[in-house]
Design a binder for this molecule. Structure first.
Ligand code: PGA
Length: 254
């Protein structure tokens, strides 16, 4: 069983200038010096800031990730960003299937699967986001939706590929809303996800897969979330933009 905790900071389309991005990165570097031993910090920053952040974190243990990638390798795709570009800038991780991409850019499970394949083909780690929306949650379909997203987004992924996959369970109704999924819900769905890997792959893969939780994680709830069985990290949105809050999150205690 992997005991590593990953604190992933998803800046989304923030902050508004490079100067602010530099200041935030410098603060995070400072605060990351005394974080718990088994913990890694991953900065998932907007494309225009990647190169600069990559330079700033060079001699630290902080990891760098992209928020999305194109499903093709290269070519005439104006505004597209390929995995190889991200890799060449120092990214080790790429998000796929974030609910904002699914909602606003209409990324389907099929498109997400192509992106997952590109990320794996380039030997980067893929953080695959899954989770139900409010209506689905109210109908009690959370596990069903997660299962569908897992099987369609991981289509044709081998057991070996799973070594480069991280799952982020992010109930859409908890993202950016201040509404937290309860400990019971998080535990229930994370157990379900781990079992899903046992059923579809193997006990070893199931034991080793890293499952993060995301959705209104803050300095107050982070420790209790990380204490839940089968939670191996958190994906933090808005709180990761506030130096004081992210410092407290990175220095959680469980
Ligand atoms: P939030 O975002 O922490 O602001 O809810 C989480 C996410 O979208 O990854």
């Amino acid at each position: 069983m992997n005991n590593e905790i990953i604190i992933s900071c998803n800046w989304k389309m923030n902050p508004s200038t490079l100067e602010e991005a530099i200041e935030l990165t410098q603060n995070i570097i400072q605060y990351s010096k005394h974080i718990p031993k088994n913990t890694k910090v991953l900065l998932i920053v907007p494309f225009p800031f990647i190169y600069c952040v990559s330079t700033l974190i060079k001699n630290t243990n902080i990891l760098l990730g992209g928020q999305d990638c194109h499903s093709e390798f290269l070519g005439p795709y104006t505004s597209g960003v390929s995995v190889s570009m991200l890799k060449s800038l120092g990214c080790s991780h790429v998000l796929a299937g974030h609910s904002e991409r699914r909602q606003l850019w209409k990324d389907t499970n099929e498109i997400i699967n192509k992106k997952v394949r590109k990320i794996l083909d380039n030997e980067l780690y893929c953080i695959l986001c899954i989770g139900e929306n409010k209506t689905e949650y109210e109908k009690g379909q959370n596990k069903e939706i997660c299962a569908k997203q897992l099987s369609e987004c991981l289509y044709q992924c081998s057991e070996n590929d799973l070594k480069h996959i991280i799952i982020a369970y992010e109930p859409v109704w908890a993202i950016g809303t201040g509404l937290n999924a309860t400990t019971e819900i998080i535990e229930d769905v994370h157990n379900y996800i781990r079992n899903w890997f046992k059923e579809h792959y193997s006990e070893t893969s199931s034991n080793n897969i890293c499952i993060q939780y995301g959705g209104s994680v803050n300095p107050i709830n982070v420790s209790s979330i990380l204490n839940i069985e089968n939670v191996n990290g958190v994906l933090v949105g808005s709180a990761s933009l506030d130096s004081e809050k992210i410092s407290k999150i990175m220095n959680y205690s469980i």
